[in-house]
Design a protein around this ligand. Structure first.
Ligand SMILES: Cc1cc2nc3c(=O)[nH]c(=O)nc-3n(C[C@H](O)[C@H](O)[C@H](O)COP(=O)(O)OP(=O)(O)OC[C@H]3O[C@@H](n4cnc5c(N)ncnc54)[C@H](O)[C@@H]3O)c2cc1C
Length: 564
């Protein structure tokens, strides 16, 4: 595919003509921090605004090349790891699409000119799937044609015939590049629950939904991908089609967990909505009493006890999120584990009783080696629970690598292997490793009877996944960053794989460097997804790293994409 330095890259006149066909919505991309550097974009007022909002993911999303977690910053704030400011791997131009027609025009231009094409909604992707060197971007952030509640789901007529819906409950129609925060407002107003991101500024119907999507509500209602009832999709041939159980059902299936940016561009989707419910939360904290080896050993033993309890807790109704780190670094990290779980429709007494056997095992260490605190609360609605226990945006940051792994009940029952894996992924002092667990599966996610699911089937038997992350300083050189990433992929990632060899990963929160990504991300769905890719995007107009179809491409030394 053509890159900007190629002689056949579109001329200025061709870009200008294209811009006219889309009513001036073509944007020449400029790095967000460019106003902070000498040159034509230098602007002290804008630089102050960029500096003040640098870690705000919503702020970053408002730029065509703003990303929540870039691997490295090619235009950091001055004083960071760059002294120069460049586009790096970011797209050169973006179509600020506000209508489906803009999306179609962008696809057509990219196809005709053989340009690398990138689709971006919020830029929250952790694997670089919404960026790409020398590319044209279809930017969906301002494709906003409404978020509508349907008390009873209305099937979109297909060929002017109404088909019998497989879902007779409520639905929300998300018409464009909205974040979950936009959808949640409609859900709250109509007293319904939707399965959306724990972080509200993640995009609703882009990479989140199409990649699987977990939530504080996923245990109770299924993954984000399972919620999709139908979608309007612009195919790379410029055709706009409906994907539903009755129409283009193979595309529908691929969009329900087979990964974003791959089969077509979703411009609108309807998702399931459920009656609101009471929730009870459990907040847990534990930390070693001191930095002695005995206290840290007790801490790791307690972490293993909690992991081993996941299946029982989850079968009893609990799900949620936790993080832990086992080393203390002054002013940075404190060895501790915290989590927040919740159970739909349970009382505090029921959740206490469910946790009691685990608590008794943990209390052996309380006051001797560990400090343990548990508290409970009840909420009259899911949204009170959600906004009290999660529902906040994370800070944007660069320079980190992350790996993850899903765990089954069988994995978690193997005590010695569990302790070995935890001790390896805990890392060493001053490495700054952070671990987290997402106990977001089980329950409704274990329903494996949906014939239109494109999700890696290992989700249907895995209760939780762990992610393990390390970062590096802004000032770190390339080899330091590469060494940290190598440890994440092969050291920590190797330990996770050895512990749970037959599972896989949550594709949207894992390692773009995973050497086994096809198996880990897609599992046994891969042939079905590859068939959908060949059928709906036969020319591979859509490419993103680790996405289905990317296995047929390689990035060459000059940055262009070539068929392998
Ligand atoms: C702070 C933070 C919090 C997160 N919290 C959660 C969470 O609670 N639960 C969870 O499951 N995940 C979570 N994630 C992961 C998140 O789901 C993924 O990063 C996801 O890819 C983001 O999708 P997006 O569309 O918002 O981002 P983008 O970066 O814009 O896009 C991601 C991918 O989707 C494609 N895409 C986007 N829009 C479309 C479209 N309309 N049609 C076709 N392809 C499209 C892009 O091409 C790209 O491949 C979180 C990530 C971050 C950074």
């Amino acid at each position: 595919m053509r890159i900007p330095s190629a002689p056949c890259w579109p001329t200025a006149a061709q870009w200008s003509t294209f811009n006219n066909t889309i009513s001036g919505k073509l944007v020449r991309n400029v790095p967000i921090a460019a106003p902070c550097y000498p040159g034509v974009y230098e602007d002290a007022t804008k630089c102050a605004a960029v500096t003040g909002n640098w870690t705000d993911t919503s702020f970053r999303s408002s730029f065509p090349i703003g990303y929540a977690y870039p691997y490295t910053e090619s235009c950091d704030l001055p004083g960071g790891n760059t002294t120069l400011c460049s586009l790096g791997d970011s797209p050169v131009f973006a179509v600020n699409a506000t209508t489906s027609a803009d999306v179609i025009a962008g696809l057509k231009f990219a196809r005709e000119k053989n340009l690398r094409l990138v689709v971006k909604m919020t830029g929250h992707d952790l694997l670089g799937r919404s960026t790409g060197y020398g590319s044209l971007e279809i930017w969906l952030r301002y494709l906003r044609q409404g978020v509508n509640f349907e008390k009873t789901y209305i099937t979109t007529p297909s060929y002017n015939q109404r088909t019998t819906p497989l879902w007779t409950g409520s639905a929300i129609e998300v018409n464009g590049g909205y974040s979950w925060s936009d959808v949640y407002k409609v859900a709250v107003a109509n007293k319904v629950i939707v399965v959306g991101g724990g972080c509200p500024d993640v995009g609703a119907i882009g990479g989140y939904m199409q990649g699987g999507g977990h939530s504080p509500a996923s245990r109770d209602f299924g993954l984000g991908a399972d919620q999709l009832l139908e979608a309007q999709v612009v195919l790379t041939n410029g055709q706009k089609v409906l994907a539903s159980p009755n129409e283009n059902s193979d595309l529908f299936r691929a969009l329900r967990g087979g990964g974003g940016g791959t089969y077509g561009i979703v411009t609108s989707a309807k998702i399931k909505a459920y009656p609101d419910s009471k929730y009870t939360s459990q907040a847990f904290y534990m930390a070693p009493l001191n930095a002695s080896g005995d206290a840290l050993a007790a801490f790791m033993e307690a972490v293993a006890l909690i992991y081993a309890a996941f299946p029982t807790l989850n079968d009893g109704g609990l799900s949620g999120y936790g993080t832990w780190t086992s080393y203390s670094i002054p002013n940075t990290l404190n060895a501790s584990l915290t989590y927040s779980l919740g159970a739909k429709g349970k009382t505090i007494q029921q959740v206490e009783a469910l946790f009691q056997p685990t608590l008794e095992k943990l209390l052996v260490y309380n006051g001797t080696a560990l400090n343990i605190a548990v508290s409970y609360a009840t909420y009259g609605s899911y949204w009170d629970y959600y906004f009290s226990t999660s529902g906040v945006n994370s800070a944007a940051s660069a320079n980190s690598a992350l790996v993850s792994r899903l765990f089954t009940k069988d994995n978690l029952s193997k005590g010695a292997a569990l302790r070995k894996m935890l001790n390896t992924t805990a890392g060493t002092a001053y490495e700054g490793t952070v671990n987290g667990f997402c106990l977001v599966s089980g329950g409704a996610v274990f329903n494996s009877s949906d014939p239109f699911s494109g999700v890696n089937p290992v989700w249907r038997k895995s209760y939780a996944y762990q992610y393990t992350a390390r970062g590096w300083l802004d000032t770190a050189d390339y080899s330091t960053a590469a060494a940290v990433h190598h440890d994440i992929t092969y050291g920590k990632g190797g330990a996770l794989r050895e512990f749970a060899p037959d599972t896989g990963v949550y594709m949207s929160e894992s390692d773009w460097q995973d050497p086994y990504y096809l198996q880990d991300f897609y599992g046994s769905q891969l042939p079905v997804l590859q068939a959908a890719k060949s059928k709906y995007d036969p020319e591979s107009v859509l490419y993103c790293p680790t996405c289905v179809g990317s296995e047929e491409w390689a990035v060459t030394s000059n940055g262009s994409l070539c068929k392998v």
